[in-house]
Design a binder for this molecule. Sequence first.
Ligand SMILES: Nc1ncnc2c1ncn2[C@@H]1O[C@H](COP(=O)(O)OP(=O)(O)O)[C@@H](O)[C@H]1O
Ligand SMILES: O=P(O)(O)OC[C@H](O)[C@H](O)CO
Length: 544
Amino acid sequence: MTDIIIGIDAGTSVIKAVAFDLRGRQLGTSSVLNHYLSGADGSACQSLDQTWTDCATALRGLGEKIPDLAARTAAVAVTAQGDGTWLVGASNRPVSNAWLWLDARAAPTVQDLAAGELNRARFEATGTGLNTCQQGTQMAHMDRYAPQLLDGAEVALHCKDWLYLCLTGERATDPSEASFTFGNFRTRQYDDLVIEALGLTHRRHLLPQIIDGTQITHPLSAEAAAQTGLLAGTPVSLGYVDMVMTALGAGVHTGTAGAACSTIGSTGVHMQAKRSGDVHLNAEGTGYVIALPVPDVVTQVQTNMAATLNIDWALRLAADLMSDAGKPVDYSDLVGRIEGWVSRAKPGAIMYHPYISEAGERGPFVNANARAGFTGLAAHHRFPDMLRAVIEGLGMAARDCYTAMDADPTELRITGGAARSNALRQILASCIKAPVRVSQREEAGAAGCAMMAAVAIGAYDTMDDCVAEWVTPLLGQAEQPDPELSRIYDQVFPAYVSARQSLRPVWDTLQGDPRAPWVNATDPKDEHTEMTLDATLVSERSEP
Ligand SMILES: Nc1ncnc2c1ncn2[C@@H]1O[C@H](COP(=O)(O)OP(=O)(O)O)[C@@H](O)[C@H]1O
Ligand SMILES: O=P(O)(O)OC[C@H](O)[C@H](O)CO
């Protein structure tokens, strides 16, 4: 009897394979740390072959934990980190390492395309502002400065699409990434005007077929079966991009009017489900519109490049000082002190803009030069005051994003590593002025794509039926905002926005001239991969 669905979530930090029963109970997880290479030129690259090997290892690991996994598996589904460019050539071999969503090399091309006369029409079709993370801008950049990469490719995939190809031999992508990058969120199809606006009409042949994993599956190939330990012929479903899979699993679409969902992990993703006719397209042309695997329902999205990476930066600073002073401690050991430090500090005393990512910020404004900063430090301030400001900065950034979406959430469902922090939950609720609820779902991304497979194999007639059993019962208690904190944050927020608007020329000066366009097609040196490793260690150590 087949009674298990496996969800694969290939994130930037970790690749996970998670087993669920057909009613959504999590049975087991197996994970492998992910690795990418980043360079001083802004590059962030990942080996396609290694990604598949790691995925297969995670699946075999799951087989060691769950008795008779292969025979019991009714379906497999895959989602992964989004954006980026995974080029595949003849015989389905990689053309080069993938460019990840973290890759900042396309910055000059983004500036150029954003000023193009077709850009507003492109935005109104995709609902998505241009940034360096996306496949469209990365391919446009390659087309200008490294055309040999595209010349050598037969198909341009995203991470989950590459894994789907390895699992099934099918070249395909899903409606979410296809429409927010190259298409229209209303039709979920490619749009010629969008492709023209990116200057990629002559590369149109690189875009794969679009399939919906709630309706179509392909069988696991014999080669993939040998590598993963699963049975050839097992149905495989292609999930949507991880941002919406996580949100689906954590409660973005349960039928509660006005509810929104934020993922507060390394990045911050803020989203609200809407009918496609109700999407608010802002004047600045920023954000994403990402389809959900539900007819005519999309998510309006604004996403911060860095969320908890700001906390990790502050803790690392403290850990380095302690280590230099002969009291060695890893920054992840300090996570347990966050609550005490925050409770000792005065709210709203210091302002912090959380743009710590080397790639700047993308939501609700796009600026590769944006950088983090404190405003309002005084001699009496100590580390706890600064840490509280960092966490309040994440709350302000979330409010900035929801404001740009014209959303006024009635309730915020949260997931991601920092949802474990009481202090963060209270600050977030008070900044947004809505109760927060933490989903008890441990692996929301893997669950989201497994739900698609559950619909595809007929375990549920509709996604809404599946949500009612897999998602709604796992939503935790509502935690109310603190009215006094909300009053303080109401006062601070306009200043937070005007400060970040005024800082623009300062950031431009600090970053100097825009990066020289990238011309060298060689891959970066392995300069650091420890960011992802550390993030994982922290979250493992801080399990409740
Ligand atoms: N109790 C906590 N308080 C604040 N941040 C935390 C806590 N526990 C984990 N984190 C942060 O959560 C992040 C990991 O979140 P997670 O969602 O697991 O990662 P990712 O977004 O990389 O998939 C780390 O940056 C870590 O510092
Ligand atoms: O790997 P994670 O942080 O789960 O996901 C990354 C997103 O897909 C990315 O931010 C898309 O641009």
